[in-house]
Design a protein around this ligand. Structure first.
Ligand code: EPZ
Length: 417
């Protein structure tokens, strides 16, 4: 079980780059099921989740190759329409095969993803959307069984924004009969990136990035080529790595606008942030003040940066109140931070962080999910002595070469088998 040992005390300075977005790459990979031919994606991050998604497509019968951040998917006649439990349980995003399989092959057998550390993660909104499009959706022995003669366009109102649900329905609607309207759609940049690729394939998707998305069904789609957008969550994590150590770090190859919610909060806390068209810099800062953080769907403060900013606020002057509104259990990192001597009082969806600059003491801690693992690495950068982050495989799911990027900036981190 890989561990990462972080020695605290070094200031991080310099230039790093963001990799391609994990949460854009995954739906793009599954969108390739919608059309024959060779789909080519550039700027694809080298991540465990990308390997898992590729393995899922290969299990369906597709050919997938990955080299120098380019992923090539060659669609072959599928030998099965089943996404098995052992793949889905490792990566919940596998549920995104549902929409494409139903749209193109009119059937699907997808394991229920099951819960994860941050919450029950249901897929009821995905299934209701598919039913609204005329699909028969049954759940048997832990699997979703979908079948339909041909999907029909429908008007679908999500009771709350769902990124995966919006992506599944958007993909399903591209080959449905007639027009589909998604209301209260998720607005994340990854939704826009997926819509852009679908339109390159010949789909007719309008309004992605707003809360109303219209999709006119077409007869068929064709494979295309696409550059994946930069990973805003990784970029934000790297910025915070600089900020928490009081250093100056520039993240290049990112999309500054996608970091607005984070940089606004960092400025409110006292950091000086500058940016140009494809990079963001956090400048040296000796002390910063606590700020309140409430997560919400895009363009609100991203839940995927909540744990990382909490690490930053353990070093602030004063108190920060964190309110997590997206997931019901996304404070698994709090108890681990407390093990590092952070002063945090967790409640149900609220955690009160009393800042104490320089008070963190290194200790062995446990990563519970992807972003919690990043939070603990960040805390280790400023904790006295060494922090050992266990179950670092969580980090590998969503961060490409985190230790290499941090080491280049001056951190003392090492991985031990
Ligand atoms: C996506 O997950 C991301 N994953 C998550 O990133 C991210 O935290 C989340 O969106 C919110 O931004 C990928 O894109 C692969 P949701 P998703 O459907 O689609 C509830 C990371 O760290 N809900 O927007 O699963 C759900 O329980 C990961 O990279 C239902 O109730 O998120 C949650 O409380 C973690 N029923 C809320 O909606 C449904 O049918 C938002 O979930 C679907 C969702």
């Amino acid at each position: 079980m890989d561990k990462m040992v972080v020695k605290g005390g070094n200031q991080l300075n310099g230039v790093t780059t963001a990799s391609g977005a994990k949460n854009s790459t995954l739906p793009l990979i599954f969108a390739s099921l919608l059309a024959d031919g060779e789909h080519v994606f550039h700027n694809v991050p080298n991540l465990a989740d990308v390997t898992s998604a590729s393995a899922l497509l290969q299990s369906l019968g597709c050919e997938v190759t990955y080299k120098d951040h380019t992923l090539r998917i060659f669609m072959k006649p599928l030998k099965t329409f089943e996404a098995s439990y052992d793949i889905v349980r490792k990566m919940r995003a596998s549920i995104l095969v549902l929409g494409p399989l139903m749209a193109r092959f009119h059937q699907a057998k997808v394991s229920l993803p099951g819960g994860c550390a941050i919450g029950t993660r249901p897929i009821d909104l995905h299934l209701e959307g598919m039913k609204a499009m005329g699909a028969q959706m049954d759940v048997e022995n832990g699997y979703v069984l979908g079948s339909v003669k041909k999907l029909q366009g429908a008007k679908i109102l999500f009771e709350s924004p769902t990124v995966g649900g919006t992506e599944n329905i958007m993909m399903a609607a591209t080959l449905a009969e007639g027009e589909t309207i998604i209301e209260n759609a998720a607005k994340e940049p990854e939704i826009v990136d997926l819509a852009n690729y679908l339109n390159k394939m010949g789909a007719k998707v309008e309004g992605a990035g707003s809360s109303i998305i219209k999709i006119k069904g077409v007869e068929r789609l064709r494979a295309a080529e696409h550059d994946v957008i930069p990973d805003r969550i990784e970029a934000g994590t790297l910025l915070i790595a600089g900020a928490i150590t009081g250093g100056e770090v520039t993240v290049q190859k990112c999309e500054p606008a996608d970091l607005d919610a984070l940089t606004a909060k960092m400025k409110e806390s006292g950091f000086k942030i500058s940016q140009d068209k494809s990079s963001v810099t956090v400048h040296k800062c000796k002390e910063w003040k606590g700020v309140d953080i409430t997560t919400s769907p895009h363009p609100g403060f991203p839940t995927d940066l909540q744990a990382q900013v909490m690490a930053l606020m353990t070093q602030a002057q004063g108190t920060s109140v964190f309110t997590e509104t997206v997931f019901e259990n996304r404070f698994m990192h709090v108890q681990e931070l407390v093990r590092l001597n952070a002063d945090i009082t967790p409640k149900t969806r609220v955690a009160v962080v009393r800042g104490g600059p320089g008070k963190l003491q290194g200790a062995p801690v446990m990563a519970t999910d992807l972003r919690a693992s990043a939070c603990l690495v960040l805390a280790g950068l400023v904790a006295q002595d060494e922090t050992t982050v266990n179950r670092i495989y969580h980090l590998d799911r969503g961060y490409e070469d985190m230790e290499g990027k941090l080491t280049k900036l001056g951190a003392k981190v090492r991985r031990i088998e």
